[in-house]
Design a protein around this ligand. Structure first.
Ligand SMILES: NC(=O)c1ccc[n+]([C@@H]2O[C@H](COP(=O)([O-])OP(=O)(O)OC[C@H]3O[C@@H](n4cnc5c(N)ncnc54)[C@H](O)[C@@H]3O)[C@@H](O)[C@H]2O)c1
Length: 322
């Protein structure tokens, strides 16, 4: 039977890749996005063009709705015929959430509540929601396990993601609609958001411009390649009905220090980086590191892209869009 899927944040980085993965399976995909002004709309329009191309080369179909998931009528229309919802739309980014906590709560928490209410009315069978590694805050116990309490977020963005997980649990408890919460660990690869480190550094190093490093370079992130994330999203979608409510880490279990990341990017681009130092930013966690025990055993999640290979793939894409 043809799968009918609503993907929110479809014009964004991860959402556009997930739409394509469902199209390759022959699904009927509805994409919803409001072109949030967080970054240049032209990037999102290009992402939508890629989805359209994949759609025409697949047995699936794609329909785009330009609208806001905080608007009940829009969401009602979007999930009218949906079997599943993949909720990837959000106000993303830690630092801007400090300037605009109300906007983040409205989009990430109120928007998710609106979506879940309509999902219930439409009788959707599976829901997958993007959470974030930022929910772990500066917890000292590594690697980060889904069993950690995660009650000490250090940015409004992280707080909205943790609150969204709790809302999801209440929704499952009351409706029994299966719902997966996926804690993504710094995602990179082709179409990466322009505010994120790898894309920023790549562009500036390639242009001979200085890059700003926050902290002493020892902070670390568990960078995860987009194809591995997409595989995890599809895996969670396919099996969440066996679990009811479940939280899974999707990372790579390979934390990389900032100075090593810069070295990898610089050697890929083939230029020496010019580095400016700045203090660690408020809201930024010191490290992230995913414990993948649960996602490996329950989702057969097996991230296989090394940082070197992933950065090389992003560099190929980067040059193709210049
Ligand atoms: N990229 C990462 O490293 C990362 C890490 C952890 C979690 N996440 C989460 O994954 C999801 C996707 O992130 P991304 O990097 O692709 O970000 P993105 O900004 O590229 O995509 C999000 C999309 O959501 C849309 N959107 C925002 N508010 C909306 C609204 N009210 N109605 C409709 N559409 C709306 C935006 O226009 C955007 O296109 C987000 O929930 C984000 O918080 C991302």
């Amino acid at each position: 039977m043809t799968q009918r899927v609503l993907v929110t944040g479809a014009a964004g980085f991860i959402g556009s890749h997930v739409c394509e993965a469902f199209l390759r399976r022959g699904a009927e995909v509805v994409g919803l996005d409001n072109f949030d002004p967080f970054y240049d709309r032209r990037f999102k329009e290009t992402n939508l063009e890629s989805i359209e191309t994949t759609s025409s080369n697949s047995t699936g179909s794609f329909q785009f709705i330009h609208g806001d998931f905080c608007d009940a009528q829009t969401v009602q229309r979007a999930c009218q015929h949906a079997d599943s919802i993949i909720h990837l739309g959000a106000k993303a980014g830690v630092r801007p959430s400090i300037e605009d906590p109300v906007g983040y709560v409205q989009a990430n928490l109120v928007g998710t509540a609106c979506l879940l209410q309509q999902a219930q009315a439409a009788g959707v069978k599976r829901i997958v929601v993007a959470s974030s590694s930022s929910v772990y805050g500066n917890t000292p116990a590594t690697p980060f396990s889904e069993d950690a309490r995660a009650t000490e977020p250090i940015s409004p963005y992280a707080a909205t993601k943790r609150s969204t997980e709790l809302l999801g649990h209440a929704h499952w408890h009351l409706t029994r609609q299966p719902i997966a919460m996926l804690r993504f660990f710094t995602v990179y690869g082709p179409r990466q958001r322009p505010d994120l480190a790898i894309r920023l550094f790549m562009e500036r190093i390639a242009n001979g411009q200085p890059i700003r490093l926050f902290g002493d370079g020892s902070s670390s992130r568990d960078y995860t390649f987009i194809d591995d994330i997409v595989a995890g999203v599809m895996g969670a979608h396919d099996c969440i009905d066996q679990f009811g409510f479940r939280i899974w880490n999707l990372g790579s279990d390979q934390p990389i220090a900032l100075h090593d990341l810069v070295e990898t990017i610089a050697s890929t681009v083939g230029k020496k980086p010019v580095i400016e130092r700045a203090p660690l930013q408020p809201g930024d966690v010191e490290r992230t590191w995913a414990d993948l025990t649960r996602s490996k055993s329950e989702l057969s999640y097996n991230p296989s892209t090394s940082l070197g290979d992933g950065v090389a793939a992003q560099w190929v894409w980067h040059q193709s869009v210049q």
